[in-house]
Design a protein around this ligand. Structure first.
Ligand code: DAH
Length: 339
């Protein structure tokens, strides 16, 4: 009996030692200590032992049981620790590895250019406003002193929605809204999308953007217009930028002009960028025509004003030296990623 007990004990301890999974430990536990286990069976034969030896043998069985249980528990603990260590090792983060660059979006060149222009004029005290893209003929043409038979209406091939409504061809329509909604002094900058029935090419698109400016106040003269737009050109293209005003015609301004800036690429000597002239045309401008002011119930004896209109794409193309407007609309990520 004693021999049998020692055998069971030794074998169990050896098997525990050799176990490498929690499942194997469980098997040993059942096989040795379980209801029908080896040690349990031997316990049942205790009744066959002589009464005087019984307590001693009983004690021996209990000791064996305790020892096996202790070994099982220790083996199981060790195993859990090994599993944990292996997992920690596998999950270890190498902080010296180069980081993956997150893919983030880029601002569109139009957006960057617009924000730059807005920043300049906000700094001069202008308020940013907007007007509708779908307009009445009145706001796009008539109120701007462009009557039905005016050739300017043909120049700007208009998308009509019906006899009265159209997609605005110019942000100049926002001038009328500003003067109807507010009283002078008015100082607004109104960016927005405009539409013209143009074929797509390197410099044309049926939809593009303009930025309109309008100032109406007492004692506003052409000198204010020149000073403001010269300052704008310097801030946008650099401190050395010179401006030149060429007489022009717009129905809603009198006198009217186009403003050129000295080529910021060659400084005015003439290069491929300015087509050899040293100058780059940038915007249209002029003193608000009295008829336009009158239509908006502004007293022309008291008030005068100036206005200007800039092509946003033109600014973006110039600033980033992009030579084809189509690139701005194709949304090719390889192109946009550069900004
Ligand atoms: N609306 C004109 C155009 O689309 C641009 C323009 C010229 C706007 C002169 C103005 C201005 O405000 O005074 O060609």
């Amino acid at each position: 009996m004693q021999e049998k007990l020692n055998e069971i004990r030794a074998l169990a301890l050896k098997r525990i030692q050799e176990s490498d999974t929690p499942e194997k430990l469980k098997e040993i536990q059942i096989a040795v200590l379980g209801k029908k286990g080896e040690l349990t069976s031997i316990m049942k034969t205790l009744k066959d032992v002589s009464p005087e030896d019984r307590p001693k043998v009983g004690q021996m069985i209990n000791d064996a049981r305790a020892e096996i249980e202790k070994n099982l528990e220790e083996a199981s603990k060790k195993m859990q620790e090994q599993v944990r260590n292996a997992r920690l090792k596998a999950e270890v983060i190498d902080v010296t590895l180069p980081a993956k660059k997150p893919v983030i979006g880029h601002r569109h060149p139009n957006t960057i250019a617009l924000e730059e222009v807005e920043r300049i004029f906000v700094g001069l005290g202008y308020e940013i406003t907007e007007g509708p893209e779908i307009e009445k003929d009145y706001y796009n043409f008539e109120a701007l002193n462009i009557p039905a038979d005016h050739p300017a209406k043909d120049e700007q091939d208009t998308f009509y929605i019906n006899g009265e409504m159209l997609l605005r061809t110019q942000t100049s329509s926002t001038q009328i809204h500003a003067m109807e909604q507010g009283k002078p002094p008015i100082r607004i900058l109104a960016p927005g999308r405009v539409f013209r029935a143009d074929e797509v090419d390197a410099t044309h698109s049926p939809s593009f953007h303009q930025i309109e400016g309008l100032v109406v106040d007492k004692n506003i003269t052409f000198a204010d217009l020149k000073g403001t737009l010269a300052q704008f050109a310097k801030e946008l293209f650099g401190e050395d930028t010179k401006v030149k005003f060429r007489p022009h015609h717009f129905p809603f301004t009198e006198p009217s002009a186009e403003m050129d800036v000295s080529c910021f690429k060659c400084g005015g000597k003439g290069c491929r960028f300015c087509k050899g002239s040293g100058w780059i045309e940038i915007l249209g401008c002029g003193m608000v025509h009295p008829k336009v002011l009158e239509r908006c119930n502004i007293d022309t004896n008291e008030y005068t004003g100036f206005a200007f209109g800039v092509g946003l794409e033109r600014i973006a193309l110039l600033k980033y030296e992009i030579d084809d407007m189509r690139l701005l609309y194709e949304n090719d990520a390889r192109f946009l990623d550069q900004f």
